[in-house]
Design a protein around this ligand. Structure first.
Ligand code: C5P
Length: 235
């Protein structure tokens, strides 16, 4: 069974501060997106990577990827993305050739996911799960709040879900292709990950152990952490 990875990389990365789109920011001198593509290509299971570029940036992303070495067994396809992450993933799926029956969806913003995590996700899909997410226990207690009455007013806490039953989920998320295509063709609600669309179809999503280094580069401090992880790997 052949596996493809779709990498949504069309986000602006506003929370990271001003500058170029997030996926094009450098980490250890190499664009974050190149790290993310390599992280997928490092898995022997993955033979195609579909990169979903900013809507007006497909040319720039193509030249960027051409300028960086990737394993020869991996094909790369670049397509323009959309307004939301969900739309970008859908555009990536639409571009997927026949013959790839397992699809990973991986955030460009998680450039340092270890290959063992990627392989564990693929393995669980091969074993028959329609949808698989890497998951970690939470360090923080999580509160559910009510919206503030007005900007600057406090947010009243309404509940504290039992932390032991909560997980923070990462990417790559892995899917049986037909299931993911059906989810993207059916679910129109705003979602923040692909697995939740499969949940909405009534199917069971399973977890595999996530990894600390698969964290999402979202805020400026995450760039500091990512540089430190890279520096440690180069020792
Ligand atoms: O915004 P967030 O951090 O959740 O974005 C996760 C991933 O989705 C990022 O890799 C980002 O580039 C991608 N994305 C996208 N198209 C959008 C918005 C986000 O491909 N319109």
């Amino acid at each position: 069974v052949r596996t493809a990875a779709v990498i949504p990389a069309a986000g602006r990365g506003v929370r990271l501060g001003p500058g170029v789109p997030k996926a094009l920011r450098a980490l250890g001198g190499t664009p974050m997106l190149v790290h993310a593509v390599r992280a997928m290509a490092d898995s022997r299971a993955v033979s195609l990577v579909v990169v979903v570029a900013p809507p007006d940036g497909a040319g720039e992303v193509t030249s960027l990827l051409d300028a960086h070495a990737l394993p020869e067994r991996t094909d790369v396809l670049v397509v323009p993305g959309g307004e939301s992450r969900q739309e970008s993933v859908k555009l990536g799926l639409d571009a997927l050739p026949e013959g790839y029956d397992i699809v990973l969806v991986h955030d460009a913003a998680r450039p340092l996911v270890p290959v063992d995590t990627v392989d564990a996700v693929v393995e669980a899909v091969r074993d028959g799960a329609p949808a698989v997410v890497p998951a970690l226990p939470l360090a923080d207690t999580v509160k559910q709040v009510e919206p503030a009455a007005a900007p600057g007013e406090p947010e009243p806490v309404v509940a504290t879900p039992d932390r032991s039953t909560l997980r923070a989920v990462q990417t790559p998320q892995g899917f049986d292709r037909a299931t993911l295509v059906r989810a993207h063709g059916t679910v129109t609600d705003d979602v923040t990950d692909d697995a939740s669309m499969v949940e909405q179809l009534g199917l069971t999503v399973v977890t595999v152990p996530g990894h600390e280094e698969a964290f999402k580069v979202t805020r400026p401090l995450d760039l500091v952490l990512a540089e430190a992880v890279l520096a440690r790997r180069r020792l």
